[in-house]
Write a protein that binds this ligand. Structure first.
Ligand SMILES: Cc1cc2nc3c(=O)[nH]c(=O)nc-3n(C[C@H](O)[C@H](O)[C@H](O)COP(=O)(O)O)c2cc1C
Length: 398
């Protein structure tokens, strides 16, 4: 039997094989952040397809942290029944659920939250959202940490088997970790230890709400690719060591941020035409030049985060490593597990195209994911269209 179909213990949780569905924004919640039938059905198929651990799309923890219009929210108690239906469906179909906590920080728009986005510091002019965020007050920081903890408690009540906390991809925790995005002079910035404080306090607050044995999984950036140097591999390794010492059970190492360098997060074709559809007429010339300049610079590379994961793994102690980004060939996935470079294989786009990929691998029907990294799925979600594989192109907007 392939090593990919051996069970894995993560803290007190055992998953049946080594396949993880990486967090994937679905554009399937209603406009108030409630779970819908469409969203539940997506995860029903993935669980039936034998993905062992399912991390649905990022779930917003606080009304000011909403990143996108149709994001699932875990920011109030009335969201619990929908989250429970999602967890129950995953369980009934043989999977384990790992709900992802997220706060956008600066990576959002006033039209989604009603307020100017907030961030550790008021630096930079976001090219995507054309706004300079306001710096968070001490009060804001404590309110957000509390919101993470309350959202985690709701997820636990809903029946999640694990919790995921994104400290990568440019979301608020990752903004605190970055020396470029966090230029605070108080106890929340200025040194690695101070920049880590927000993540430390959030992890501690979240862990308090989790029952013994329930694992906390985190995404962490190895490189931010911001206009000025942000998190870099050495720094990420220090952060990873601290997280491991705090008892974080698993890490996914990623690169890039949504506003400055999202192509580093997924690599492949730049969905130029699809993104241009979202740009207002007056911004089109500048946006076109910017996007055009990106074409050809982000060629797809199999397992492009692996070098960073390998660099970080030696400091991880008992913390498990999920390798994410560009896992496509079964033979390579097996090697990762056999060599001890990874404990699990985390995938996003391959499951958009083939929800039953794991089952087909198990039955010996395929040796390679069919995803071609055209990134039209990214173009679709940017256009607020429900997630699916759009290789043949996006439909006209109604
Ligand atoms: C359409 C889309 C939505 C995504 N949404 C999320 C998300 O909600 N949370 C998250 O942690 N990562 C998100 N990601 C990043 C993926 O989890 C993953 O890190 C990235 O796509 C690289 O893996 P892949 O090559 O298997 O697609 C998203 C990626 C795509 C393409």
């Amino acid at each position: 039997m392939s090593v990919l179909f051996t069970p894995l213990r993560i803290g007190g949780l055992e998953i049946k094989n080594r396949f993880v569905h990486a967090g994937t924004y679905e554009v399937m919640a209603d406009e108030n952040g409630f779970v819908t039938d469409q969203l539940v059905n997506r995860y029903k198929n993935l669980a039936r397809g034998e993905v062992a651990l399912i991390i649905p799309g990022y779930m917003n923890v606080h009304p000011l942290g909403k990143a996108t219009p149709h994001q699932v929210c875990a920011d109030s108690d009335d969201k619990i029944p929908g989250l429970k239906r999602l967890a129950d469906t995953i369980h009934e179909n043989g999977g384990k659920a790992c709900f992802q906590l997220a706060h956008a920080g600066r990576q959002t728009k006033k039209e989604y939250t009603g307020h100017t986005p907030m961030a550790p510091s008021s630096v930079g002019w976001d090219p995507m959202y054309m706004v300079r965020p306001r710096a968070m007050t001490e009060e804001d920081i404590h309110e957000v940490i509390e919101a993470y903890a309350s959202a985690a408690a709701r997820m636990v009540e809903a029946g999640t088997d694990a919790i995921h906390l994104s400290a990568g991809a440019g979301y608020l925790p990752s903004q605190f970790l970055s020396p470029y995005l966090n230029q605070r002079k108080d106890k929340w910035g200025g040194s690695d230890k101070n920049r880590f404080r927000f993540v430390r306090e959030t992890v501690l607050a979240v862990k308090k709400k989790m029952p013994d044995g329930m694992p906390l999984v985190m995404k962490l950036n190895a490189v931010d690719y911001t206009p000025k140097e942000g998190v870099m591999p050495e720094m990420a390794r220090t952060y990873a060591k601290w997280l491991s010492e705090m008892g974080v059970e698993a890490l996914e190492i990623t690169t890039g941020t949504t506003i400055y360098s999202n192509m580093h997060m997924w690599r492949g074709e730049v969905p130029l035409a699809e993104i241009m559809r979202t740009v207002p007429l007056w911004q089109k010339p500048v946006a076109w030049l910017m996007l055009r300049g990106m074409v050809g610079k982000f060629d797809f590379e199999e397992m492009w985060n692996l070098k960073h994961a390998k660099f970080i793994k030696p400091v991880l102690g008992k913390t498990k490593m999920f390798v994410v980004g560009g896992n496509r060939r079964v033979e390579q996935m097996e090697k990762l597990i056999e060599n001890g470079d990874a404990d699990a294989i985390s995938m996003c786009r391959p499951f958009i195209r083939e929800p039953f990929l794991v089952k087909r691998i198990k039955e010996g029907k395929t040796k390679k994911a069919a995803c071609i990294s055209c990134n039209k799925c990214v173009g679709a979600v940017v256009n607020d269209m429900p997630l699916r594989c759009y290789t043949d192109g996006l439909p006209e907007k109604k």
